[in-house]
Structure formats: C-alpha cells, structure tokens
Design a protein around this ligand. Sequence first.
Ligand code: CA
Length: 569
Amino acid sequence: MARVATAALAVLGAATLAACGSAPDSMPKVAAAPASCARLATISIAGTRLTLAEPVAAGSIALTGIQPGAPGSTAPVPAHCHVQGKIAERTGIDGKPYAIGFDLRLPVAWNGRFFFQGGGGTDGVLRDAIGVLTGGGNTSNALMQGYAVVFTDTGHLNEPGPNGPYQFGLDPQARADNGYNSMAQTARVAKQLIAAHYGQAPKRSYFVGCSNGGRQAMTMTQRDPEMFDGVIASAPAYRVPLASVQAVYDTQLYARAAAEQAPLADGRPVLAKAFSRSDMQLLTREVLNQCDALDGLKDGIVDNWPACRFNAAALRCKGAKTEACLGPAQVDALEKSFAGVKDAQGRVIYSDWTFDAGLHSAEWTRWKFGDAAQGPANARNLTLMTGGLAMFFTTPPTVTSDFWAYAMGFDPARDTAKVYATGGPFRESAMQMVAAESPDVDAYVRHGGKLLFFHGVSDPVFSVKDTVRYVDALRQRYGGRTDDIARLFTVPNMAHCSGGPATDQYDGLSALVKWVEQGEAPSRIVARARPENPDVRTPGRTRPLCAWPKQPRYNGSGSIEEAANFSCR
Ligand code: CA
C-alpha cells in the first residue's frame, strides 16, 4: 500500500480543528460526491493497515456472528463504502498475533456525523458497523440514517472452545485494548478515514452502546473527552469485574436452590432447575401484588420501583413445596442475591438489586439459571461472567474451562481483592483497565458533551441501582448542572438491553442528537411494547420513559395503553 500520508494528514488535522469550532444547527446531507471507495485503500495512516475498501450497493447484508435465518440476522444498508483494517498489529506476551480490528461503513449519502457502535460481552468478534440502535433492534440502524459507522473487535479475536473468548486476558496489552485503548485508536483512525473520504471531518461524533458498549461509551467521556459530543450508555458494564463477583455469588446461591428442587446430576446441582417457569411467574405476580399499585395504577408495571420494599419471605412454603410457594433455599437465594454480595466487613461489593415484574422472562433466567437440563450448566453468569472473571477480570488470571468449579471455589470476601490486584506483567489492575466509574467528566463537560443513560429495571446482569449510583455521583460533583450533562431513563420490566414484558422500543439516538445539536434536553421519551415479544401481553402499549428521578403517572382518564395519558412526575 502506498505511503502518501504526511501531507494528507496535515490537511486532515486542520479540517478536524476547523470542524470543532463550528456549531451547525442543521446538517444537510453532504452534497459533494465522496472520493471513490477504492481510493481509500491508498491512504496511509500511522500504525494502520487497511485490508478492505469496497463499495456495497443498497440492499440487505447478512450479519457476522449471528446464525443465518435467526431474527435480526440481516440488516438493511444504504449504498456505502465498506472499509476494514487493523491497527497496531503485534505479537502478545503469549506469542499470539493481536491487532485492533475495525469495520467502517461510509454511506454515499452522509449526514455529516460519526457513529461509534459499541460492543458487547468481552468483544473479540468483528461485527458489521451498521449502527445498532439501543431500543431499536436491527430494523432501523444509524447507517440507514446516513451516519458513518465504525465498530471494533477491541484488539483480539475470540478463540474456539469454552474459554476461547477469554484467552486474551493472559496478555496485558490485550486487556488494556479491551478496557479502553481500542476505542480511542479506532475512533482516531475512523475520523481520519472519514475526513479522507468525504473531504471533511465529521461535524458531530456519537458513541452508542449497551452493556459493554455502554461501559465503552462512559470510558470515552472519562478518558478521551474530546472524541465524542454525545454518548448513549445503556445498561452500562461500568463496574463489570465487580458485577462478575456478584454473578459468581448468584451461581452459588442458585446452586443451593437447585439442589433443593431437583436431584444432583454427576454430583452437581442442575442449575436450570433452581426455579421452574411457574416459580418465576409466582415471584413476579407477588412483586406486582406488593408493588404495582405504588404508582397509583395496577397495570403490570412497577413505575415506582424505588419505593418497592419487596418481601420475598411472603412466598416461603409453610409446608411442602407447591406451585403456590417457594422452598426455603429459593427464598434465601433471592433475599441474599438481591441484597448484593458482601465483603468480610458486610459491605456490598457491587450493588443491591430491585425486585421487578420482568424477572420471569427468558431474558432474565438465561443469565441466572440457563436451560441445560443435562450436562454442564449454561447460565450466562457461568459461561460469560465467570469465564471473564477467571481469565480477564482477576490478576493473576486463572486459566480454566470448568467455570462451575471456579465459581464454587470463589470466596467473594477473600478473592475480590484479585480484581484490584496487579502483578507480574499486569501493571494495571482489571478495575483500573475496565471500570469506568470516575464521576470526573470535567473535560467532557467543557467540550459540551452529553451523556444519556438507559437501564432496564429487570436487568439481571447490571443493577439499575448501580447506574443510579453513578448518576448520583455526578450530581454530587456537578449539582444543579447535572441535568445539562447527563440524563438517565429507567425502563421498568426490561431485561438486559431489551426484552422482558416491557416497552423496550424507543429512539434514544434522536433524543441525544436533539440535545447535542439543538440544546433540547430529553425529559420524556415515548417507548412502545414490541408486538412480537412473547412476554408482552399488551402489544402496542406505549409509555413515557421519564428522566430520572421522575416517574410516569397515569393522568386518570383515557386509555392506559397510550403514553399520552401519562405524565412524568
Ligand atoms: Ca403500576
């Protein structure tokens, strides 16, 4: 590939500076024809090798890493230039090849904006940069709306096998790349390629992600505050090493419940049997019984969840277990799990949780119990969270494929210190590299940046209360200015990122763009229940999501299925 960079990059630098000073009120589609896609392959960017630059016609593409034919396995795309590349190719201390891989899509009809699509889990998959929208699924995407979109594998590619996704945790640089470095490097390179392709830098830049993508969004506001103008952090994994300790603790508790409910298999409790489907439905019926009316309307939604003081003991069997009650180990597991895993001094290590009416959804139970009636338990708390804890979120890492044994042997009071530990080649602890918990976003605020949070109240992975805690920390630091910096919208009944008997369809991106570009802060966002969601008994229901700490309240007249009849109070 020809190296012609120096002069071109100097020009790009000037364009970037000029763009930072402008404040466009409207952004028409870029009129000038972009340079040809193939020409991008001749651009030279320091430390970067482009591996693909080819035009793609408008239509539909099959998405990487999703089973063909499964829902959401294809996405509509406009005509665009598809670019892939590798940044900082190197050999790790484990002798394996590493690079920060990225996928960049540049629409022919560009709206002048840059969209960074956040990742998930511990990443390691090079997904298609279509601009996945939180609250929108794959039916709509930012690429279709004219954004230039990038995605990164965060510096490693998953290997096969149960612990394949966590092998990168043995390499310190790969940890740092996943923690924070890959997003900054990818954004830097993407902005240069955008400027080269369109002849101008993006006028506004957005980072949108859920789960680990939400953590990445927060990371950018804390570590690279000039890079983005607005971010959406949904269900953010911003203290994921500690949430993983909670996940291990959950597995220990629910294993005891499983041993109470069903015979052992191969000497181990069958985790999938900890709670039957009817047990979980009983639980959420009791949550509604105790807390639905706290918001003044019995509608299957606990809008006033901060006031819900759920008493799980009300469900404890007086005698033998029936479908109308829960066993002692089941009740004990719920009480201890929702109170939050504690250290030796009795302090909560990660967060407490709130009982909500979406806990019976498959989206919740697949994290806690899984569905494996035989063979190794497949709860995501084991396959994902425990694997991550063993090989990535602790120092030194423990190489294992038996996540069950690791979870059972993990003593939170003793072993949580490992997420804060350094040693050997690991000069930063997992918390230093991965956590995004600093409320110091001074530079981001000076830059004019906005933070939009969404979090499902029935999220099984990251507690909505922990995201509230971060917003509280911002309020401590910024006082009355906080509403101009960050806003949180909680979504009752919604599981992790989406799903559950919830109104989980909403347009967060438009709300963010309006805030950043027109100064109109969102106070109310209308959300809709997906008709195809099997958990939803009221398809088409709409409800307002309210900027925290306000909650929706029924106005007293009109259909309770329509958002228009609710106010944020
Ligand atoms: Ca209610």
